[in-house]
Design a protein around this ligand. Structure first.
Ligand SMILES: Nc1nc(=O)c2c([nH]1)NC[C@@H]1CN(c3ccc(C(=O)N[C@@H](CCC(=O)O)C(=O)O)cc3)C=[N+]21
Length: 282
């Protein structure tokens, strides 16, 4: 049997960040310091951890991390006001509103309030539309990460059958569009999909984006298929049953150190892109 490839997200992220560091230094020498604003609402511990990781990753590259932490009981209006202020703030180049926000808040309205120029996390419907049509600047970061890992390892996409399990607005749906734009044949599955295992079994590329630990079963994976696990469940458990899927897969991302670190690298890249655009228009 051919060798199995463990897709090392930490390595991909490290290489991307090394390139970014040079660009950050150059932007700073021209008088602008890239800045990402992160907005965290409430006190969910894993959200707090992820946001902290994003902020720290910024600072490591010399990007300013403007960290905004709002209390869980704010209103949608309060959150919209915060976003409007960040939109107005000349020194902020990118805005990340951490998902999920408390359920009494209209998350979609908050995402939509983000200025398209600053939507480095690809959460607006405008950004999604651009991604879908294939000309946007900032696809959502986890979908972008999945593509970046496949490109890093020269995994063929064109003509392949990609099965995406999940259709969330910033993961399953946009990654389906990115794969489609790369000429994959895309099947997007969800909670109403019948005979899911049989469909996944047909996949050359499986994207696990359901948000349920170990949901993708090993015997659903065709021999040699590529498994991209975008799950981030409590305890750092992926959406694929790794031990079982790994047996059949030709290539697979682990959790942790798979898609996660590259998601953060893509966020940094988009922030640097946004700061560079600002510089060009100065
Ligand atoms: N608006 C928005 N954009 C997001 O991109 C977004 C979000 N909301 N909400 C939550 C998910 C989750 N997410 C992760 C990013 C990195 C890791 C990551 O790097 N994890 C490490 C391990 C983490 C640890 O050590 O605790 C790894 O996989 O190696 C995980 C999860 C971004 N998300």
């Amino acid at each position: 049997m051919e060798n199995k490839l463990i897709l090392d997200g930490s390595r991909v992220a490290a290489e991307i960040k090394e390139q970014l560091k040079k660009r950050v230094d150059s932007i700073i020498s021209k008088g602008i310091t890239p800045c990402l604003a992160t907005v965290l609402v409430g006190d969910d511990p894993s959200s707090a951890t992820y946001v902290k990781m994003k902020g720290n990753a910024c600072e490591k590259l010399g990007i300013i991390s403007k960290r905004i932490h709002l209390s869980a009981d704010i209103t949608t209006e309060d959150l919209l006001n915060t976003i409007h202020e960040l939109n107005q703030d000349e020194n902020v180049h990118g805005i990340l509103l951490q998902h999920p926000v408390p359920s009494h808040i209209d998350e979609r309205a908050a995402f939509e309030a983000i200025d398209i120029e600053k939507d480095v996390d690809g959460v607006t419907s405008w950004g999604f539309g651009q991604t879908s049509f294939g000309f946007g600047s900032y696809p959502s970061c986890t979908p972008a990460a999945i593509m970046a890992i496949m490109d890093f390892y020269d995994i063929a996409i064109e003509g392949k059958h990609a099965v995406v399990v999940g259709r969330s607005p910033i993961l399953g749906k946009p990654v389906s569009m990115l794969l489609l734009n790369r000429n994959a044949t895309v099947t997007t599955c969800h909670s109403y999909t019948q005979k899911l295992g049989e469909i996944v079994k047909q996949a050359d590329i499986v994207v696990a984006a359901v948000g349920k630990p170990k949901f993708i079963q090993g015997d659903w994976i065709k021999q040699g298929a590529v498994v991209m696990d975008a799950g981030y469940n409590p305890g750092n458990i992926g959406d694929a049953d790794y031990e079982a899927c790994e047996k059949n897969a030709g290539a697979i991302t682990p959790v942790p150190k798979g898609v996660g670190p590259v998601t953060i690298a893509m966020l940094l890249k988009h922030t640097v892109d946004a700061a560079e655009k600002k510089l060009e228009n100065k």
